[in-house]
Design a protein around this ligand. Sequence first.
Ligand SMILES: [Zn+2]
Length: 242
Amino acid sequence: MTPVERTIRDVVIANRILALNNVLDAYGHVSMRHPERPDRYFLARSVSPAIVDIGDIVEFHLDGTPVDKDERRPLYLERFIHGGVYEKREDVKACLHSHADEILPFSISKTTRLRPVIHAVGDIGENIPVWDIADKFGDDTTLLVTNMDHGRDLAMCLDCNRMALMRGHGFVCVGRSINDLVRISVYIPRNARTQFAAMQMGEYKALSRGEIEARLALDPDAPAMRRGWEYWAKEAGCEHLL
Ligand SMILES: [Zn+2]
């Protein structure tokens, strides 16, 4: 199997895993950078993640244009999120955009920030910025990232962090590998639910800076960190693609 064939299969597996775990629903998407051409990435055509298959994966230039000029199928309107991030962050190999309900309150709260509060999400980092499309593009947008100006502005807000919330919309998360991205993304809504529940109980304790740094120092593709990928792929009916 070539590196490109492996990458296309991994994009399909990631879609199915993230749908199975309710990180993606009918909307939202996940991509991988091209393994041999860093100026390209792979992302599905406009299909719901739970039913994405190998034939749905499209190769894109970073500006969101399909490499195959004859590509006529509908494409995700918000694919510019991925190009914006890959253009700014050479270290990023995989990128996710999700609308998971659990994180939305933290995207609009003026007083409470999303924090890593459970161990599996420690490597999300200490700073989780909130991108507000209105800051640069005014208060009459659809809130959707529909061009490279939007995508680049979101990537600038993300900066060197693992994740950024998008006000009233969802979040973007990045990974050093697809396994790294999928593992942390499965736990991000669980982390938000835990923080929200703890807030109802009163004061709570988030991970310390030292704990976050210790989690960030772990090898994201060590066997123990890949255990979820294999398990979820089988649960999602993708064992034949591993
Ligand atoms: Zn969206």
